[in-house]
Design a protein. Sequence first.
Length: 534
Amino acid sequence: MFLVGIPISIVGLQGLWPCGLPHELTSHDIATRIRVDPKTIAAASTDFGRLTNEVPAAVFCPSSDRDIAELLQVAYESTQRITVAPRGHGHSVWGQASAAGGVVIDMRCLGGNATGDEEHSPLAAARISVSEGGAYVDAGGEQLWVEVLRETLRFGLAPRSWTDYLYLTVGGTLSNAGLSGQAFRHGPQISNVYELDVVTGQGELMTCSRDRNPDLFYAVLGGLGQFGIITRASIALEPAPERVRWVRLIYTDFAAFTEDQEFLISLDGRGAPGKKIMKREDKKYKGFDYVEGSVTLGHTPVSNWRSSFFSEDDSRRIASLAAQHGAIYCLEGSMYYGSSSAPTIEQDVERLLEDLSFVPGFVFTNDVNYVGFLNRVRKGELQLRSNGLWDVPHPWLNLFVPKTRILDFNVGVFRGILMRNHSVGPILVYPLNRNKWDERMSSVVPDEEVFFTVGLLRSSTPEDWRQLETQNEEILRFCETEGIEVKQYLPHQKGRADWVKHFGRKWGAFLERKKNYDPKAILSPGQGIFDSPV
Ligand code: FAD
């Protein structure tokens, strides 16, 4: 009846108009942008997590931000309740970009792609433009970070703050925070935005920044899609380095591992590569530009999809150390360099490593170009895809753990709860500096100056994911019982009381902003925060 990917025509709608949509829409030109074919609906019903199936009434494929504004005006003025969820690349894990019975906006349409297309739309580049002088790039909210990187590199420039994986949209990560190993120095991606174009829940197209409509600007950044749809973001740029010296250091002692990580993120680095000098005792160091870390449990593989780094021989040595100690820890650091700093890179890294307490002989070094480094996860993804292991359930849990309790977390979770079953997937743990986050933004982090981000990025079979989810709940209960005040990153909460607790002192402002920008609670219902007008 419906052809895949073909918009339904208004003539063909009589009697077929999805009951979740207001009839008023049929009199608007944008009605031709509604899709209801089964393939499109099925794609918008699930996400990377493969844990939920929330079927929308329709998918909307906009050609401009004005189309989005018009759709939201109709939804806002309709007497019928209708929800609308922007979907970036659908890489949420708990249906956060879904709209059961409502409309999912396929944001990728703005750049000429539709969900399922990976990249390379000729229109995509047209929605990414580097400013004169190169201080920032304007990118459509639907753009993948890999597309932004490709375009800015043509000018020798790149954003400063990244996610580990680049096939996520600008709007999707800015609605959360956007984290990777550069965040200790530059802050999360939300701290690197100058200006946004946003369509509010009333269908108003607004430009906002720290000086212009600042309340909307701060609301939207980390706002879980609750206050507006980001259609453009101005993102800070820096000169792109040419190469990256990339090291992994193995530890058996968690306290030594975290102490070294904390030292590394205390090294400041404003300015161009080569000017990063800081003191520890009497010594001067050039710091890393990227600091992360991970845990390998004795029973899990050493290499995973986040990057193939170790040779087979190295993997065997590391696996044997992990089996001997039950768990080991891997500190990952990278130093950027270019032709001018190349002569000293060896020495700079050596100097830094001299005072770190990894297991002697367990230092592994790689040297790659900048794009290869930033896009390191892609190789693992393609491998998993070819083995049919990418589109499987992902009951992920991401937490921010206060620094003062990270040792307790190690004992109770890494060396406790997680030892009890043989799940697969990376376990990340690395520290962040709170002073790089802006308290006025919607995202929430622990109250301590340094906190750790912990990512349990586990995958499972369709039969087993509930077991891992039960274990995630056990971890949250453990933290609660032990008084470890964690915050969830990419939060998934069960009800209003949990959301109020999640936002803590920010809940009042969050609610107020909802009243101002989306009083009918139309936007991003899949987050499960508001299920009726406020
Ligand atoms: P979607 O899943 O499509 O949407 C997420 C939420 O944002 C939804 O509520 C949606 O309605 C809303 N939204 C989408 N677009 C917009 C918009 N334009 N305006 C307003 N709201 C919008 N996160 C990190 O921080 N660091 C990482 O290294 C990292 N690595 C990841 C690796 C993988 C393999 C995966 C699957 C996820 C990873 N994430 C990481 C998490 C990721 O940042 C979030 O899931 C993000 O939301 C995904 O972006 P998306 O474009 O797929 O968003």
